[in-house]
Write a protein that binds this ligand. Structure first.
Ligand SMILES: [Zn+2]
Length: 274
């Protein structure tokens, strides 16, 4: 499931390809990938004739910014992919849900096997409002140990769940929450507000470290994720707990355990994480 590092990798791939190019038209083959209330015609009318200005990321979302401050915001859901039609791997796509046809003959394809992804259209004001509802960017300068500590003070929510709440910290999903908590040696079930100052500091550093490393490795492909060229990410080889139930802890050798919290698995070392 794409999280911050996967969205960031796609953004970087598309950033070197799209800005300056103009949209001829948009074709939506699967209207159920559009946000509620958005029609294929409204999406096409919103971006037809517009030029890509910048490709950005907010949380797990890929933000396509056009002239006139129009934005198409792409949530990749579980299996969403954004790949240029001119990419050699585009031929592997089997579930193209939307095509942004460019005037130069190329196209940006949105492919989504399971169709939990979402495309939405925003003007400047609408996007400012939507973006304000999302939490802090964990890689931004403002995400300090002190800030994380302050934010966790009022919440009894288990820290694993707290990290997944996009209104608190934007972009972290189950894979990186598990990995960061292992690196910070914190039990995923601990109430957020029980973290001591030193633990908040370790968690902040671990989160940034694991996200930065995953971006460097172009994301984690467990099954479906592909980057902006259609290739797999390589961070799956470096996961220390996620998906490793029964395998030895890299720190102490004890088997990693899998448990369920709020209907979602988590992975941890009962000896190293307290
Ligand atoms: Zn251990």
């Amino acid at each position: 499931m794409p999280e911050l590092p996967e969205a960031e990798t796609i953004v970087r791939d598309l950033r070197s390809r799209l800005p300056g190019r103009r949209v001829r038209d948009v074709e939506v083959a699967r209207p159920d990938i559009l946000a509620p209330g958005l029609t294929p015609a409204a999406l096409a009318d919103g971006v037809r004739g517009r030029t890509f200005r910048e490709i950005e990321r907010r949380g797990k979302n890929v933000v396509l910014r056009f002239d006139g401050e129009v934005r198409v915001v792409v949530n990749l859901g579980m299996t969403g992919r954004l790949v240029m039609a001119s990419s050699p791997r585009a031929a592997e796509l089997r579930h193209i849900a939307a095509r942004f046809r460019l005037e130069d003959g190329d196209a940006l394809l949105f492919d989504d096997t399971r169709r939990f992804g979402r495309l939405d259209l925003y003007d400047a004001e609408g996007w400012a409002e939507r973006s304000a509802a999302l939490g802090m960017e964990p890689l931004a300068d403002e995400f300090t140990a002190r800030r994380l500590h302050e934010l966790t003070r009022t919440s009894r929510t288990p820290i694993r769940n707290w990290l997944l709440d996009q209104r608190r910290v934007a972009g972290v999903g189950n894979i990186y929450a598990n990995e960061a908590l292992f690196r910070a040696r914190i039990d995923p079930q601990r109430p957020a507000r029980s973290l001591a100052r030193a633990e908040s500091a370790r968690l902040r550093d671990a989160l940034r470290e694991v996200l930065a490393k995953a971006i460097e490795r172009r994301g984690t492909t467990v099954s479906d994720y592909r980057d902006g060229t259609g290739a797999e990410g390589l961070f799956a080889h470096e996961l220390q707990v996620y998906g490793r139930a029964g395998e030895p802890c890299v720190r102490c050798g004890r088997p990693i355990e899998r448990r369920v919290l709020s209907n979602r698995s988590y992975f941890f070392c009962p000896k190293c994480q307290r």
